[in-house]
Design a protein around this ligand. Structure first.
Ligand SMILES: [Zn+2]
Length: 426
């Protein structure tokens, strides 16, 4: 298992092809025994290979990249400038890692770039190499490029940290990407309100999948287990799928499902929304006099349905502006108002978490926000208590033994992640 720390990342990024481990031949300085009769020829010096890797930057040209990679090779540069595949997969691809292998005279012997362009579970590998030349031949070397395909390898990584300001800031400090931060907040969203409940000194541990191409991290997969200690109370979560025929879900270690029929918020926790807290109606100051809850967020922030249901109304209404009503069952309806855009139509079936529109300021709104309501049998209810109308999913008794085994493993991994928290606090 690898940590998500900077050191491990650097090792993985710089790692060469597993099938092609570097051979570093250390040449000691020796006094060449040169005589006029037998001059030292190039063939007497053992060749060695240098490995360097660089990240493509905005505005990079073939020449600026080769310079940073330490490649001095006019034939290679000319080929790379000309080759359509190279131009398409390297130039303008900010953030991609380019690996170069050169000989002792900085001539290019191999250039490799890896990326993922679909969900097939495979990655692409562009390889540029000089064509083999007959021994002793002189003249311009000829290069070729080819694109290969190979399976991504899933590995487990751990990360951890302590909250100092925001969840995003602490996850950034632990080198965890935004996608994991959002997923982490979603997993615990029915237990913790990440907008309002976060405290300095709260701690998180996380075990997640990473997908690697020849050892280079390409993307993160699912969170496998996580722990969040909030105000001294530990909350834990584990992804559990009894077998391929069952639907996987997140559970607390005691077997309670963390997913339910309603999401805790119609706005996904993100870098944009994390800075905003729920606000109450500016005049009435509390939801009871108002009819719902207002979420301050910039115009254009995606709005999602908190539960499965059918669109009961999608259009304009006085006061509400562009508004969507979603009927979840015989008695429960949620309402999303002041939208700048509506992405669904009446009668359409929607699934929990599906995007239905965008935040706006239509109708009676002083600024961009989402007005959100929960109605039960026609009565306005406090949407902040929506969890009480939610049905939790229970772990079937037949899966309990397998679940307990996996919990034991998760505890071990999370303990390892907790040592990273301690290190980060020092
Ligand atoms: Zn409102």
């Amino acid at each position: 298992m690898l940590t998500s720390g900077a050191t491990a990342f650097a090792v993985a990024t710089l790692g060469p092809d597993a099938s092609d481990l570097p051979v570093h031949q250390v040449l000691e300085t020796v006094t060449p025994q040169v005589t006029e009769l037998s001059p030292l020829s190039a063939a007497d010096v053992l060749p060695f290979t240098l490995y360097r890797s660089e990240t493509v930057r905005n505005g990079d040209s073939v020449d600026s990249l080769l310079t940073r990679l330490g490649v001095a090779d006019t034939a290679a540069a000319a080929f790379l400038r000309r080759d359509a595949t190279v131009r398409q997969q390297i130039l303008g691809r900010t953030g991609r890692t380019i690996q170069a292998e050169t000989d002792d005279r900085n001539a290019l012997s191999k250039l490799t770039v890896r990326w993922v362009d679909d969900d097939s579970g495979n990655f692409k590998r562009l390889v540029v190499t000089p064509e083999a030349q007959p021994a002793g031949s002189v003249g311009t070397r000829v290069f070729t490029s080819r694109i290969e395909s190979a399976p991504l390898v899933a590995t487990e990584r751990i990360g951890g940290g302590i909250i100092t300001s925001s969840l995003f800031a602490s996850m950034d400090a632990a080198n965890l990407p935004d996608r994991l931060t959002t997923e982490f907040a979603e997993i615990f969203s029915n237990k913790i309100d990440f907008h309002n409940d976060l405290r300095k000194g709260d701690r998180f541990s996380i075990v997640y999948e990473a997908l690697e191409a020849d050892g280079e991290p390409m993307s993160t997969g699912r969170i496998l287990s996580a722990e969040f200690v909030n105000k001294g109370v530990a909350h834990n979560a584990m992804w559990f799928q009894a077998d391929a025929s069952q639907k996987g879900a997140y559970y607390a270690f005691n077997g309670d499902s963390l997913q339910s029929s309603y999401l805790s918020s119609p706005l996904q926790f993100s870098r944009v929304t994390s800075g905003f807290s729920r606000r109450f109606h500016p005049i009435q100051k509390q939801w009871k006099a108002h009819t719902g809850v207002d979420f301050g967020a910039p115009t254009g922030t995606p709005v999602r349905t908190v539960g499965d249901g059918v669109v009961d109304f999608a259009g304009r209404q006085t006061g509400y502006g562009n508004v969507i009503f979603i009927k979840h069952n015989a008695t429960q309806t949620t309402v999303y108002a002041h939208l700048s855009k509506i992405n669904v139509s009446k009668g359409q079936k929607v699934a929990q978490g599906q995007n239905i529109g965008l935040v706006g300021a239509t109708g009676w709104a002083t600024g961009p926000h989402l007005h959100f309501e929960l109605r039960v049998s026609g009565q306005f209810k406090d949407p902040l208590n929506i969890a009480q109308y939610s049905e939790g999913r229970k772990l079937p008794a037949s899966q309990r033994a397998g679940f307990e085994r996996q919990v034991a493993l998760s505890r071990i991994n999370l303990n390892a992640a907790a040592t990273i928290q301690q290190a980060s606090a020092q």
